[in-house]
Design a binder for this molecule. Structure first.
Ligand SMILES: [Zn+2]
Length: 345
């Protein structure tokens, strides 16, 4: 492998257009441990009910009230919110609960997750200007597809009442650093980077959604950046140790919202009939160095002839934009769904 080729590979993996040789099959994430809901209840002295209307699974006993949402990482337990690493799901008539829920009810995990409503969103159409991104066999440039979908997405999100900004409105080059800084400067609650994928294997296809994951955090570099993150009048007020704690809290919150957002998007894409992989953490620059909750959506493979044809179709571009917008707004709906009490109980 030549040095030049290596550089290209690294550059591709940083920009988000990495080729993924193995596809993850749905719906179990690797190494995750799940248990069927009735077994979980028997072991922990609980009874359960499932509301098919809003996908809420409720587990109760004398002193416990637990509510879970299918395909969501949120858990509502005795009036407080907690976060799971894996979401409960429904398959072949059965509900599966992540085993880790036991740690929460046995109080091994005291971490509370306070969900925030998403209001301000920065959409980042990947590539642009001198950087075309992936190019399809028919000559379609990824940067153009990304921009068109980003503009449609902006319109859809604005219809739903979100405040939306684009990192670029036209075909210009922007560094990756500049993109994450725009999200920070706009005080975004969520950063959505739009990309289209490519793979040497032309049969590979489907939508993929990536989230910012602490697995890839560069703590040292991020800590250095924190001095710029804090308002100037507060910078001297914190010791290095205190700054580290602040930054770790910011990262934990960003991580929780990023994962949650990715899961919401996957659930909506799946509901709408798209082929979509289980959400994954990835070391893409815009996720690794994001200051705010961030996800990256690979809208399809330009290297696949069917998806190449679809991706240049304005109607399909609109469908993708609608799916993302629905996913984002479902994130805001999850919170009240778990808090509310249903009529006849
Ligand atoms: Zn890309």
């Amino acid at each position: 492998m030549s040095k030049h080729f290596l550089v290209i590979l690294v550059a591709l993996s940083l920009c988000g257009c990495v080729t993924i040789p193995k596809r993850v099959t749905l719906p179990l994430p690797p190494k995750a441990k799940f248990v069927e809901v009735s077994k979980f209840c028997k072991k922990n002295g609980l009874t359960y009910s499932y509301n098919t209307l809003d996908d809420v699974v409720e587990l109760t006993s004398k002193d416990k009230n637990i509510r879970l949402l299918l395909n969501s990482l949120l858990v509502y337990y005795n009036g407080r919110f907690f976060r799971l690493k894996n979401s409960p799901f429904y398959r072949e008539g059965r509900i599966f609960i992540p085993q880790e829920l036991e740690d929460i009810i046995l109080k091994k995990i005291p971490k509370i997750f306070v969900p925030l409503a998403i209001k301000r969103i920065v959409i980042d159409p990947g590539h642009g200007g001198k950087d075309p991104g992936a190019i399809s066999p028919g000559g379609i440039k990824e940067k153009d597809i990304n921009l068109r979908i980003a503009k449609l997405l902006k319109r859809e999100l604005e219809k739903k009442g979100f405040i939306v900004y684009l990192t670029r409105k036209k075909d210009i080059y922007l560094s990756l650093q500049k993109r994450v800084e725009i999200a920070k400067d706009r005080r975004a609650d969520l950063f959505i980077s739009i990309h289209a994928n490519s793979n040497r294997n032309c049969r590979v296809n489907g939508v993929e959604i990536y989230y910012l994951s602490p697995k890839y955090f560069n703590w040292k570099k991020r800590l250095l950046w924190l001095s710029n993150y804090l308002p100037p009048d507060l910078r001297g007020a914190y010791s290095r140790h205190q700054r580290e704690i602040i930054w770790r809290n910011i990262c934990a919150k960003n991580d929780a919202i990023s994962r949650q957002a990715a899961h919401c998007l996957v659930a909506i894409f799946r509901e709408l009939g798209f082929k979509v992989s289980y959400p994954k953490g990835a070391p893409f620059y815009v996720l690794k160095y994001g200051y705010v909750p961030s996800i990256l959506v690979e809208v399809g493979y330009l290297s696949n002839s069917r998806e190449e044809r679809l991706l240049k179709n304005p109607r399909y571009q609109h469908q993708i934009a609608c799916a993302i917008a629905l996913g984002v707004s479902s994130l805001n709906r999850q919170y009240p769904r778990l808090v509310k009490r249903y009529g006849n109980r």
